[in-house]
Design a protein around this ligand. Structure first.
Ligand SMILES: [Zn+2]
Length: 149
């Protein structure tokens, strides 16, 4: 699966329903033309009067358009980004990006639903799309285990 608005929004809706009880409003979606970031979640807190009802004024999930993901990986990556979203939307305090709270939720979803949400993914085995910058085999190997935000 190649990331675009349709594949991302469809996967988001399925994950929201299955794993987050439909509690997360639809964010914006975007793509990154990067090999060393497979996905990222960006947000800005809402400091206005309606912040209790709408804690984030900006939220956006990005996927790299350089990879042709297997469906299973696409879901794991989407669920990973949605945990970041869930944590910030609910104002949950965590001590770092992939801290204890993040891993608690990840492990719970992994056990309950057979997902494989991890802090990093080995992207060296992922298929590249035609959007991907040309890389040598050595460079591709060096992508091991470094990849998300
Ligand atoms: Zn992350």
């Amino acid at each position: 699966m190649i990331a675009n608005f349709n594949t991302m929004s469809k996967c988001f809706n399925e994950c929201n329903k299955k794993y987050f009880n439909n509690s997360l409003p639809m964010p914006e979606f975007g793509t990154l033309n990067k090999l060393n970031t497979i996905a990222r979640f960006e947000y800005r807190k809402n400091k206005g009067k309606n912040k209790a009802r709408k804690p984030l004024e900006y939220k956006k999930i990005f996927f790299s358009d350089c990879y042709n993901f297997k469906k299973k990986d696409f879901i794991d990556i989407m669920a990973h980004e949605m945990i970041h979203y869930y944590i910030s939307w609910n104002g949950i305090k965590d001590w770092r990006t992939h801290g204890r709270k993040f891993m608690e939720i990840a492990n719970e979803l992994n056990e309950k639903y057979g997902l494989n949400i991890t802090k990093t993914k080995d992207a060296s085995l992922f298929k590249l799309t035609k959007n991907a910058p040309k890389v040598t085999f050595k460079k591709k190997k060096s992508l091991f285990g470094f990849l998300f935000d």
